[in-house]
Design a protein. Structure first.
Lengths: 477, 865
């Protein structure tokens, strides 16, 4: 990976002083991620270009544990864009190679270091989510930005452009500022989650951003993205299963992916009750549970436990069971609800365990009520009879509350393209008639009565955004 | 001194009763294993560091009862060494015994007070006075005569030191324990007075009937020594209850039959004893028929009284009872075990006829013993989780059924006529309702018994598990891997009724020492030679994704055998059980496979209405396009964007006189490597539209009805695959192969040359397999295949620059041990799954193996191997 810095200032070769690298020499430095070379393809008084070329050793990255340890997206450990694309690694190399220049120190030409000079920076392979983001980040800092897109594969035109841009920045800036901009913003642009550098990034950000980051209109975005590299990088067992199938980890490990909520949040404001749909839904579910008189209740597919929190807040529910098929969701729930610090009397009301609604689970037998809130649409239709058997047939609680999107209402979501579902993982979305037909048949098969209620404004034409069924077990004498 | 023999059932809770100093601990030590004895003193020590701390007694007994409970649940005789002089303490133990359905036994050590006091005096830690012993002794003596009433089934009282010293313990078998009876057996369902059908059935089974002077059958003997097992409900409703009893009693007396009681025998016995019973459900007929049978009636009462609720036979592999028996009751004895065996269990609900709804215990049955029972008339006997109900409603006009054990063959005799009208219509075999995939068979006098053997239980898969396989004894699955597998299985996988197999991962060959490659065929041939395998087959490694295809001949077969989830003819899934395509596309592909299999006569030839194929689905991009774009193409794009710019900058630097030659050479090499990398992945992509462009390369027929085919040579498998290709060359791709003799250098050289040719032409490489298929070596299973991947293909695995000598040198150090072990464990599990399918075992037994393969796949192993 490389970048070049060109200046056309008078006595352009003075760039060598500013960078503390002699234009007549080729210098190589061992840096933590490989070898960095600094050389000058051109060094005349009219125009001088310094090039920083970083040779990444991908084998060493894996073998010497310089990169992420044995974890991370493991297939990508050898096959990745790090040797080519300008990323956080280039930032690391800059810090090692241009330490003095980054600090703005130049004993030979102190006045030059303090002066804005004409600069052109070229980064031939900059990973970025489009040209606009690059502009958003660099233009407020006084750069003018030009970008050229890089095709993903010229032999497969259908694939379109890659996420790399050939970027040229021009502007009149102090060299130290220019370097600091790059040092902070290259990792910000690189959305990669595979590599990170160290854990004291906050301090580094504060130091490198001195004097410019505080006034940058996108400072929150920059800070978030810069620090995002530190998030948990353990390769989950689930991600390994994705690899087995040559899929990206997110293809399977998406239990906590936001989706429907974001789409639904864009529903046109309801004039009198500007309450988000997911809250309306929780409210409706709680009302149904309260009305049922249930004292023991299970939230099947509890996710991060938003409904669980509501259930715990109501003393009517003496015992709350929270299950999800995703072990990761339950870890999040434990963290969000702070299970380890929950007062004992409250903790005693709550059981949390992994379960699956397509398997029979004896631990769920004998409850007063169970909730399947926005769960069934994540199940392949041929598996629904198994869910009916496990929940209505085996767990057989007195009351079962089921909610699911009403697909007729999708036309009311402005941001939802026609024909797409509200969430990538939805296996189906039903009309009211479809939902009612399913629920009525399932109820009859397992000895329940069922009634239906709208959740959210019941649009006269397309119905409510969410539909709810309440099953009540028929009590035999 | 004459010894005194005390009998104790082999599985029982033995409660020692005696005051402090009466010698209980010595007695226990003498007659029982130390691990069988739970002493209250010891548990006081555990919880309070002081064996005599009476304040700790509450906690100590809590722990003692807990441990005793675990032992009893596991079927281990347990002795409680505590004073147990108070009724309250004994009551808790009797309760415990009942909870675990074992017999409580009391052994009382009634030793004179003076002896006890003297013994205690010699023990410095027992500083309580004589009054304590006296009080205990008073309590004990008051309770002695009530011990039977308290629930102790056996009570032994030893009076005085001599008695205690002379005692010996004999462990007796429970009545139901006939594990040493190995059969073979002919197990016969409910007869209900249908003597004619019983005689016909016995004759058909090969028994020779013995008749008395009046011509009445009074016995039946099988010349091969087979024995009949009568599952109870011999009596009531039918035309000749006395005749059936006469024959059954004769056979039992002669040792030609075993008999367990049914609820009807129980009620008849009560009636014969003059108890007040309701004369319903056909009892009236029996009483009328028996009215003149004075001699028979005399023998009948002791016969019925002596019937044992259930039998455990053949080393524990077979259990028989009238109404079935759950695993934890097998070989146990208690009132509720007897009730279950005679009446079954009800849910407490009633159906629309006012009849109790039966609890579907068989659906949940996970025991290893086969359970044969009757009681609930069903139109056709059906295996449900290793259990089968053999009551086919003979008296209602159905048939009388026997199952030959261990052959598992059904023998049936139709009823000569309807003898008794049932309370609700007797069901005839119903066609599948098609919607749910299961017929719901109604049953007489029981309400609807929902037949749902396909319900999987979370305990079948979750937690730390050990799966027993025939190939590699015990294979463990760790909890966190099971958790990951549960999510994939529940959210993404194909319906478990289809998903009878997941392919194992495959190990690569040992790393080559050649300077320019990581993998080379030599190591594969060498490895098999070392395992004693001479003939191997090299199969071209297709550039696609592993796919398993299940195809049924028609929808009826799909329904009957698999419940046809989603009304489909079959399914196509990936290595993690996920469907390759959406339902319509899957259906289209399966239909093509079905047509080709039909055209090439595979169904008929294998005598099966379905086939399970191991295959490769091409192109790789059909499944992995996202990965190809995000991971592979992106790397190529980044390289193309940056390396030429770097080369150009270096060239300018060189032109201006800087010495960058080494760096320039390296950068140019990187650029060339990146291009080669792009070339390598591009071979895996081609446009597909629906099924256009999709090809299937089958290379193994994993299973068909009744058979797994892993012992058939690969030639056979590839021959069948060729016929599919011939039948539909558009859909199927052939698998090129070469036979190699590992002991013949010329043949080995030809194998190497073949691989070089394949990979030089851009091929992925090859897989080398033992020609005979399954091979057991000196140390267990031999790897079923070793992959030898081509030099260019490995670029997309190890990165564009892996061929640089310095990189190759380091990459050679790769640990293959875990991958090989994983490959073998998954292979063993896969074979086990297929064997279980072939044996017609219940779904959960198959699913257990498949799930375990998926769980193992989530173990952390280098994914490049």
């Amino acid at each position: 990976m490389m970048l070049t810095i060109t200046t056309t200032m008078p006595t352009a070769t003075d760039l060598g002083y500013l960078l503390h690298k002699h234009p007549g020499r080729v210098q190589s430095f061992d840096v933590s991620v490989g070898t960095a070379h600094v050389f000058y393809p051109e060094a005349t008084d009219q125009r001088t270009t310094a090039a920083l070329l970083l040779e990444v050793d991908p084998v060493a990255l894996v073998r010497d544990r310089k990169g992420p340890s044995g974890e991370g997206f493991a297939l990508g450990q050898y096959v990745n864009d790090r040797p080519y694309a300008a990323s956080s690694m280039l930032g690391v190399a800059m810090k090692d190679v241009f330490r003095t220049a980054l600090a703005g120190t130049c004993t030979a030409r102190p006045e030059l270091a303090a002066t804005a000079i004409p600069l052109e920076v070229r980064v031939p392979a900059l990973p970025a989510q489009g040209d606009a983001v690059v502009r958003m980040l660099f233009e407020p800092l006084g750069w003018s930005v030009s970008t050229e897109s890089v095709p993903l594969d010229p032999t497969v035109p259908a694939w379109g452009d890659s996420r790399y841009l050939d970027v040229t920045l021009t502007g009149e800036l102090r060299l130290a500022d220019a370097l600091n901009h790059l040092y902070v913003l290259l990792p910000v642009l690189d959305g990669s989650k595979h590599y990170w550098v160290s854990t004291d990034e906050v301090d580094k950000l504060v130091r490198a951003g001195e004097g410019w980051l505080g006034t940058h209109p996108e400072k929150a975005f920059i800070a978030r993205r810069y620090l995002a590299h530190q998030r948990e990088l353990t390769r989950s067992a689930l991600a390994r299963l994705a690899e087995v199938d040559d899929a990206v980890p997110e293809a399977l490990d998406n239990a906590l992916e936001p989706g429907a909520i974001e789409v639904e949040a864009t529903a046109p404001e309801m004039p009198d009750r500007p309450i988000p749909l997911h809250e309306l839904r929780r409210g409706a579910v709680l009302a149904a549970l309260r009305a049922s008189g249930a004292r023991t209740v299970a939230d099947l597919g509890c996710g991060e436990g938003v409904l669980v929190r509501d259930l715990l807040a109501d003393r009517q529910f003496e015992s709350v069971v929270a299950t999800d098929v995703s072990a990761r969701a339950l870890q999040y729930l434990a963290r969000k609800l702070r299970l380890d610090r929950m007062p004992e009397h409250q903790r005693a009301r709550l059981q949390v365990f992994q379960s699956s609604v397509t398997y029979r689970d004896d631990r769920l037998a004998g409850l007063d009520a169970a909730v399947l809130m926005e769960v069934i649409e994540h199940i392949d239709p041929p598996r629904l009879p198994a869910v009916e058997r496990a929940v209505l047939g085996h767990a057989a609680p007195g009351t079962v509350v089921v909610t699911t999107p009403n697909v007729e209402h999708n036309v009311r979501f402005e941001t939802l393209p026609e024909g797409t579902r509200r969430h990538r993982d939805h296996r189906f979305e039903w009309t009211r008639a479809e939902f009612q037909a399913w629920a009525t048949a399932a109820a009859a098969l397992y000895g329940y009565t069922v009634r239906f209620l709208p959740v959210g404004t019941d649009d006269p034409e397309v119905g409510p955004p969410t539909q709810m069924a309440i099953f009540d077990k028929v009590v035999t004498a | 001194m004459t010894s005194r023999e005390l009998t104790v059932p082999a599985l029982s809770l033995v409660v020692l009763v005696g005051v402090s100093g009466s010698g209980k601990s010595t007695f226990a030590r003498t007659h029982f294993r130390s691990t069988e004895v739970l002493s209250s003193d010891y548990f006081r020590g555990l919880v309070a560091d002081d064996e005599n701390d009476q304040a700790a007694s509450g906690d100590a007994f809590d722990v003692l009862h807990y441990v005793a409970g675990k032992r009893l649940a596991a079927g281990r005789l347990t002795v409680v060494d505590a004073t147990n002089v108070q009724p309250g303490s004994r009551k808790a133990l009797v309760e415990l015994a009942k909870q675990h359905d074992v017999l409580p036994v009391a052994i009382v050590l009634d030793v004179p007070e003076a002896v006890c006091v003297a013994r205690n005096a010699t023990r410095p830690d027992r500083d309580f006075g004589a009054h304590v012993v006296r009080r205990q002794r008073d309590q004990m003596r008051r309770g002695l005569r009530n011990l039977q009433r308290e629930g102790f089934r056996t009570v032994h009282v030893l009076r005085g030191e001599e008695d205690v010293a002379a005692a010996t313990i004999t462990r007796t078998r429970l009545f139901n324990d006939l594990r040493d009876e190995t059969g073979p057996f002919d197990v016969i369902g409910d007869v209900h007075g249908c003597r004619a059908e019983l005689e016909t059935l016995l004759a058909r089974l090969g028994y020779e009937l013995r008749r008395d002077e009046l011509g009445r059958a009074v016995g039946a003997h099988h010349p091969d020594g087979r024995r009949a097992v009568l599952l109870g409900d011999l009596v009531d409703r039918g035309p000749d209850t006395p005749g059936v009893l006469r024959l059954a009693m004769g056979m039992v007396a002669d040792g030609d039959a075993l008999c367990v009681p049914g609820n009807h025998e129980n009620k008849l016995l009560r009636a014969l004893r003059g108890r007040n019973v309701q004369v319903t459900h056909g009892l009236a007929e029996s009483l009328a028929q028996l009215a003149d049978e004075l001699e028979l009636r005399e023998q009948l009462v002791p016969f019925l009284d002596g019937l044992v609720s259930h039998y455990v036979l053949d080393g524990g592999r077979l259990v028989v009872s009238h109404a079935g028996v759950v695993e934890k009751y097998q070989g146990r004895a208690s009132a509720r075990v007897r009730d279950f065996c005679l009446y079954g269990q009800t849910t407490g609900e009633t159906d629309e006829y006012g009849l109790p709804v039966r609890y579907p215990w068989a659906e949940e049955y996970r025991g290893s013993a086969m359970v044969l029972y009757g009681h609930t008339p069903t139109p056709e006997p059906e295996w449900i989780n290793n259990t089968m109900c053999l009551d086919t409603g003979c008296v209602f006009g159905g048939s009388l059924t026997a199952l030959r054990y261990p052959e598992k063959e059904l023998v049936q005799v139709p009823a000569e006529r309807v003898y008794y009208e049932p309370a609700r219509p007797f069901p005839v075999a119903q066609p599948d309702d098609g919607v749910r995939g299961h017929g719901v068979a109604g049953t007489i006098g029981s309400g609807p018994a929902r037949r749902d053997p396909e319900v999987l239980d979370l305990t079948d898969v979750l937690g730390t598990r050990v799966v027993e396989t025939a190939y590699q004894r015990r294979i463990s699955v760790r909890e966190e891997n099971a958790a990951a597998a549960l999510e994939v299985m529940s959210r993404f996988a194909t319906d478990p009724r289809w998903l009878m197999y997941l392919p194992p991962t495959m190990a690569p060959v040992a790393t080559s020492a050649r300077p320019d490659v990581l993998e080379h065929p030599e190591q594969a041939f060498e490895s098999y030679r070392a395992d004693g395998v001479d003939r191997v087959v090299c199969e071209e490694k297709h550039m696609g994704s592993r796919a398993v295809v299940l195809v049924c001949r028609d929808l009826d077969a799909a329904r009957a055998r698999f419940g046809a989830p989603g009304e489909a003819l079959g399914a196509v899934w990936t290595r993690t059980g996920r469907p390759f395509f959406d339902a319509p596309l899957t259906a289209a592909l399966v239909e093509r496979v079905r047509d080709a299999a039909e055209k090439s006569g595979l169904f008929d030839e294998l005598g099966s209405s379905w086939l399970l194929l191991d295959a490769e689905l091409l192109p790789w991009s059909a499944k992995a396009e996202q990965l190809l774009r995000d991971q592979y193409a992106a790397v190529g794009a980044a390289a193309r964007a940056s390396l030429p710019v770097a080369v150009e900058a270096l060239e300018r630097a060189e032109a201006s006189g800087l010495d960058v030659s080494a760096l320039l050479a390296r950068t140019r090499a990187r650029s060339a490597n990146a291009d080669a990398f792009s070339e390598a992945y591009r071979r895996y992509c081609w446009e597909t539209d629906g099924l256009d462009g999709v090809r299937l390369a089958p290379f193994q027929v994993l299973a068909s009805e009744g058979s797994a085919h892993h012992t058939r040579p690969h030639d056979w498998h590839l021959g069948l695959a060729d016929r599919l290709v011939e039948a539909d060359p558009g859909t199927f791709a052939p698998t090129r192969r070469l036979a190699v003799d590992t002991t013949d250098p010329t043949s080995v050289a030809a194998g190497v040359a073949w691989w070089e040719e394949l990979t030089a032409a851009g091929g992925e490489g090859m897989v080398v397999k033992p020609a005979v298929n399954l091979v057991r070596g000196r140390r267990g299973l031999v790897q079923p295949g070793l992959k030898v991947r081509g030099r260019e293909y490995l670029r997309i695995i190890y990165g564009p620059d892996y061929t640089e000598p310095a990189n190759l040198e380091r990459l050679r150090k790769r640990g293959l041990g875990h991958k090989r072990s994983m490959a073998l464990r998954e292979y063993a599990l896969g074979l086990e799954a297929l064997d279980r399918v072939a044996r017609g075992e219940p779904l959960w037994r198959v699913h257990e193996c498949v799930f375990a393969v998926l769980a193992l796949e989530s173990e952390p192993v280098d994914p490049r191997l």
